[in-house]
Ligand binder design. Structure first.
Ligand SMILES: Nc1nc2c(ncn2[C@@H]2O[C@H](COP(=O)(O)OP(=O)(O)OP(=O)(O)O)[C@@H](O)[C@H]2O)c(=O)[nH]1
Ligand SMILES: [Zn+2]
Length: 290
């Protein structure tokens, strides 16, 4: 009987497939036809598999991928959880905006998690929300105090997610807090940084005990925006969309043009100044020397 599962890891040439319904893990061979067809399952692939004996199986079919993230290489990513902190470490707003732009460019839905709220005053939290809550879903968490974890579980439940965020913001701590069985090491900075850089390392989808999977390797770690076409950058700021068509020039870059609706919106405060500054900075970076 064919069953459905998710490829969570590779061990040499065998795939670990986790059953969709029971969460049991089967070690599966790949059918020879995949080699002929030059397709190879990757982590995140939804597959049909057959149990051969005990916990051994064979992958019969790969269901069409909805998407494919390059680094880490994972198929069928439902969303990216961008974890940020304003203290210990402070994530500069322009770094937050870089993450957001990169996720938008990958055409993936995202949720922002402001972690370590136990270190912040109400005013500091309000400041952050005043910028980002009007554009994205923002969760406020403290892995230390246990705040906001139910909301985070609800967002992750039943989905394949990847996390993004600077070292030390508490990604591992949050996962341990919501799914204690994972027992991820906290503060193992050097090891994971190395893993973020190289593509050849083994990637694994971790199963969350309340349902769903999360990649063990953070995404977008290079913060490299050089692959973005400068003309497309404005489309990666969702709050610009409502004004874009009102500019005097159809192809307005929103930098130096007269009667620019985006600049007007910034003056009026309907687009946040810091977001616009991030846009200008990234635009200049992308067009420098061109
Ligand atoms: N005050 C406070 N500290 C936290 C919180 N969450 C995590 N920490 C601490 O922040 C430090 C870094 O946490 P990690 O979970 O290792 O952070 P990470 O994002 O996984 O870091 P990398 O593995 O380097 O990517 C640890 O000392 C944690 O105890 C929180 O909500 N509040
Ligand atoms: Zn404009």
């Amino acid at each position: 009987m064919r069953k459905k599962g998710v490829v969570v890891k590779f061990l040499s040439n065998m795939a670990q497939v986790q059953d969709y319904e029971t969460a049991e893990i089967f070690l599966c061979k790949l059918r020879g036809k995949f080699k002929e067809q030059k397709i190879r399952p990757i982590v995140g692939d939804i597959v049909e598999y057959r149990v051969v004996h005990g916990k051994d199986g064979v992958i019969e079919n790969i269901i069409n991928r909805r998407n494919e993230l390059k680094r880490p290489r994972i198929a069928n990513v439902d969303q990216v959880i961008v974890v940020v902190t304003l203290k210990k470490p402070q994530t500069p707003l322009k770094i937050i905006d870089r993450y957001l732009v990169l996720v938008e460019n990958a055409k993936l839905p995202l949720v922002i998690v402001l972690n370590k709220t136990d270190l912040l005053s109400d005013e500091e939290i309000e400041f952050f929300e005043s910028i980002y809550s009007r554009i994205y879903k923002v969760l406020k968490t403290s892995a230390l105090k246990g705040d906001g974890l139910d909301e985070l579980k609800m967002v992750l439940k039943g989905k394949i997610s990847t996390m993004a965020g600077m070292s030390g913001v508490g990604k591992s701590s949050l996962l341990n807090a919501i799914s204690p069985g994972l027992s991820l090491k906290v503060n193992e900075i050097s090891e994971k940084l190395e893993r973020g850089k190289h593509t050849t390392t083994v990637i694994e989808l971790l199963h969350l005990e309340f349902g769903g999977w999360i990649a063990d390797t953070p995404g977008f770690a290079s913060l490299d925006i050089s692959g973005i076409n400068p003309e497309d950058l404005k489309k990666l700021f969702p709050e610009f969309l409502a004004y874009d068509s009102q500019c005097m020039f159809g192809d307005c870059e929103h930098i130096n043009e007269p009667n620019c609706a985006i600049k007007l919106a910034v003056e009026k405060g309907t687009i946040t100044e810091t977001r616009y500054q991030s846009y200008v900075e990234m635009f200049k970076e992308l067009t420098e020397g061109k």
